[in-house]
Design a binder for this molecule. Structure first.
Ligand code: ADP
Ligand code: MG
Length: 612
């Protein structure tokens, strides 16, 4: 029978990732909550004292433990969740190591009271340092209550490493929040030092919890995280043969300087896994400043056999069989949502007024494989084009814009990210840095560099022809570099050439730049090549071109091709920029994540003069 506890045999034990899992109260709590969840509990009561240092109690209404098995529950390598090593590859329960209760009991005063529905009476076990003190039957409700007191009473070294009650409490809270987010059907009640802290009733049935619909997820996030901006969060659901990603994600503008608000789960397991985080951040690429992180509650689910949870003793890091595909799924889902069709359609390129591109040499046809796009644009046409302005219903009124846009910080008042530029009058430039435009109801102040940078970035994204060929330099430019840099340049020569950056490697000395992308504006080649090298260096070497690197390289090219702050722009040049901005989705960010523009509403100005 599957639900009875058995001792695992050695070959299975040997295959389980070893390591101590009990470090602090929250790690005890994690094991207890996971056991209760595995037991099918619908309601959990948690009592803590001094952040769990003094007492941790978890009471559940799950299926309970068979009376005869109670002594086994605190034996090492005793579990009801695993039989053979093959089971390790199809684990759907949270636990499987059969070690947690044994480890916990060995460093605390432990008591367990449990009853199965079919049993007339419950069973109580009390141990100290995992020595049995008493074992007897007594009346009990169906379910299991486990109480831990005086954690590490017999391991003073470890006790010394515990933080203050408040810090340990905070860590427990974070854990409970995570468990509650991933199990919206379960009720959680928490009390600390005798005071009830919260009671979160379940918000759906167990079946509903599995699909994590938008309504369920929003309710739970509101309840558990109480984030002020949660209303503006976007619901994402993206699925393919590798799995499914479902989540609520913050729109640009409400990010934080910490990764703490990125709650990520794999098959309902709370993880801080790099593959998952990286996939999410990739989806946000160009919407985040360096050091800023989105707020996300995201669930990736897949076949249990496609992800190995047995790599890390606390299962916080995983190994995916299709890590790259999983990352792409996440980033695509998020990216698609952020550029969502409901408020901004993808621009369609329309090419006009072909001019000659005589200075451009033969194309270097080594596009990054996953980003190559077929383009019917001839070499001649490539130099000058503009995007067709988008037709969006009701763009001139803010009323029809989704809430997300209206509430996103950095745009005041609500403003579309794709503008009808014909309606804006250029009023002048300020400090050779800001361009000031107006229409009948607003003043628009633009950072000229960020503006141009974004335009170019979008152009590059649309059309590889614009960067994949190079403009040969009449006099090659010598750039001195360190041996390590030379090696990196040598390694990435073909890849950088596919972005129009060609050079000869001068062993031990540096590089000789022979060609640059046609749109490059600045003649400071060292700056461009150094930035490119930094991008390459910050990415682990992989086969093919990773998407983030591709975007970063394009952002770097855009940055170096854009007008600078402090550069005087003539009216004609501004007009040209204004024209090129048609159809570009600014989303108030440049590709490096900086703000592009800021609005001043007429009513705001009128308010200054008491005219409203
Ligand atoms: P694991 O969860 O890896 O199996 P544990 O040491 O955490 O190992 O638990 C040992 C066994 O005790 C579990 O396999 C399960 O059968 C039983 N058990 C522990 N906690 C509970 C609970 N709250 N409800 C029902 N059974 C439990
Ligand atoms: Mg367990």
């Amino acid at each position: 029978m599957r639900d009875r506890i058995v001792l695992l045999d050695d070959p299975v034990i040997d295959k389980i990732a070893a390591g101590e899992v009990i470090e602090r109260p929250s790690s005890v709590l994690k094991e207890l909550l996971e056991n209760a969840i595995d037991a099918g509990a619908a309601s959990l009561r948690i009592e803590l004292e001094e952040g769990g240092r003094k007492k941790i109690l978890v009471s559940d209404d799950g299926r309970g433990i068979c009376a005869e098995d109670v002594p086994l529950a605190v034996r090492r390598h005793a579990t009801s969740k695993l039989r053979t090593s093959e089971d390790l590859f199809r684990i759907s329960s949270m636990g499987f190591r059969g070690e947690a209760l044994a480890s916990i009991a060995s460093v605390s005063q432990f008591s367990l009271l449990t009853r199965e529905a079919s049993a007339p009476e419950g069973m109580k076990l009390e141990t100290v340092g995992n020595e049995t003190i008493s074992l007897y039957s007594r009346p009990a409700p169906v379910g299991t209550t486990i109480q831990i007191q005086d954690l590490f009473f017999n391991v003073p070294v470890r006790e010394k490493f515990l933080k203050s009650g408040q810090v340990e409490y905070a860590s427990c809270v974070e854990l409970i929040q995570a468990q509650a987010l991933s199990r919206p059907h379960i009720s959680f009640i928490l009390s600390h030092n005798g005071k009830e802290k919260w009671a979160w009733p379940g918000v759906c049935t167990q079946e509903e919890a599995a699909s994590m619909s938008e309504a369920v997820l929003r309710k739970r996030v509101q309840q558990v995280l109480a984030v002020a901006e949660a209303d503006s969060f976007l619901y994402v659901q993206e699925e393919n043969q590798y799995g499914c990603f479902t989540g609520l994600i913050s729109p640009p503008g409400v990010e934080k300087a910490t990764q703490k608000n990125m709650w990520t789960f794999v098959n309902s397991r709370w993880v801080k896994d790099k593959t998952i985080r990286y996939g999410i951040l990739r989806g946000y690429h160009s919407h985040l400043l360096k050091g800023q992180y989105p707020q996300v509650v995201g669930f990736f689910t897949c076949e249990p056999s496609l992800v190995d949870v047995n790599v890390h003793p606390t299962k916080a890091e995983l190994r995916f069989q299709y890590a790259a595909e999983v990352q792409s799924l996440l980033s695509q889902g998020i990216r698609g949502k952020l550029r969502g069709a409901e408020w901004a359609e993808a621009p369609q390129a329309v090419y006009v007024a072909p001019t000659s591109m005589s200075s451009v040499s033969q194309p270097v046809r080594t596009f990054p494989s996953d980003f190559s796009r077929s383009s019917s644009v001839s070499e001649k046409e490539a130099r000058s084009f503009t995007f067709a302005p988008l037709r969006m219903g009701g763009i001139s009124t803010t009323a029809s814009l989704p809430k997300m846009l209206q509430s996103s910080a950095g745009i005041s008042p609500a403003a579309p990210s794709i503008l009808d530029w014909d309606r804006f009058l250029f009023q002048g430039s300020w400090f050779d840095c800001y361009l000031v435009f107006s229409d009948e109801s607003r003043i628009l102040v633009i950072d000229q560099h960020a503006f141009h940078e974004r335009i170019l970035y979008e152009k590059y994204l649309q059309d590889p022809v614009l960067y994949s060929r190079y403009q040969p330099l009449l006099i090659p430019h010598l750039m001195a570099c360190s041996a390590e840099e030379v090696a990196l340049f040598a390694e990435n020569q073909a890849q950088l050439a596919s972005y129009g950056c060609t050079y000869k490697v001068l062993e031990g000395k540096g590089i000789e730049v022979t060609g640059v992308p046609p749109l490059l504006r600045r003649q400071q080649f060292d700056g461009l090549f150094t930035s490119l090298l930094q991008e390459v260096r910050s990415h682990p070497p992989t086969a093919g071109m990773p998407a983030t690197l591709h975007h970063q390289v394009l952002a770097t090219l855009a940055c170096h091709s854009a007008v600078r702050a402090g550069e005087k722009l003539g009216a004609e040049e501004v007009q040209r920029l204004q024209k090129e901005a048609h159809g570009v989705d600014f989303l108030h960010n440049c590709p490096h994540g900086r703000r592009v523009f800021k609005w001043l509403n007429r009513s705001e100005v009128e308010g200054w003069f008491d005219r409203t």
